[in-house]
Write a protein that binds this ligand. Structure first.
Ligand SMILES: N[C@@H](CCC(=O)N[C@@H](CS)C(=O)NCC(=O)O)C(=O)O
Length: 196
């Protein structure tokens, strides 16, 4: 049995959990919740980096990094998604958007007086540039069900979760359509972060 260690609010982990469901791998995987910020023992034993997601494979070795875990799960599926270099390129862009959104969140939750306008503004400008670029990319998207598209949809949903005031839909209708398609899927609904 494979073990996927995740936290319910982590978008990186959510991407892997959605993929597990989309690829029909649920019977082969146990999902174990852990809080990386409380240094949960189960997580630290599997991943010295102390981050989620982490996938413990059948032989006990662990995979870290959501993109690597996703590629590994896809390779193991009976009906894998096609993933070419262009899809990987989009996946990296979506992943970068996610990194910026998470970094912005980290900056926002610092104690008053510690958070830094420079970093918040810098992250926000990066998020906007990435959204503009991805909006253009949507016209050339080969398939809305791919690792690239999934990563982008998860990043957009994370913006709604942690940055609801961003109003990213206003100038990005193609991204809004991609998100809407994903938001209706059972895998997306089943892995939604808890409110709050
Ligand atoms: N590049 C990693 C990022 C994973 C990551 O940063 N996860 C966060 C949760 S959203 C975490 O575990 N943070 C704990 C920490 O940084 O100490 C991936 O793609 O898996």
């Amino acid at each position: 049995m494979l073990q996927l260690i995740y936290s319910p609010t982590s978008p990186y982990a959510r991407k892997c959990r959605i993929l597990v469901r989309e690829l029909g791998l649920e019977p082969a995987i146990t999902e174990t919740a852990a809080n990386p910020f409380e240094d949960d023992e189960i997580l630290l034993r599997a991943n010295p980096l102390g981050r989620v997601p982490c996938l413990v494979m059948d032989d006990g070795r662990a995979l870290t990094e959501s993109a690597l875990i996703a590629a590994w799960l896809n390779a193991r599926a009976a009906n894998p998604w096609l993933s070419d270099w262009d899809d990987r390129r989009l996946e990296a862009l979506g992943h970068g958007l996610l990194d910026l959104a998470v970094a912005r969140r980290v900056e926002m939750v610092r104690e008053p007086g510690l958070f830094c306008d420079f970093w918040i503004t810098r992250r926000e400008r990066g998020i906007l540039r990435a959204l503009d670029e991805l909006e253009v990319e949507m016209a050339m998207l080969a398939s809305p069900v791919s690792l690239g598209a999934l990563t982008i949809a998860v990043a957009l949903d994370y913006l709604d979760f942690r940055y609801p005031e961003s109003q990213w839909r206003r100038q990005h209708s193609a991204l809004a359509a991609l998100h809407e398609g994903w938001a209706a899927r059972a895998s997306f609904i089943a892995t939604a972060p808890p409110p709050g």
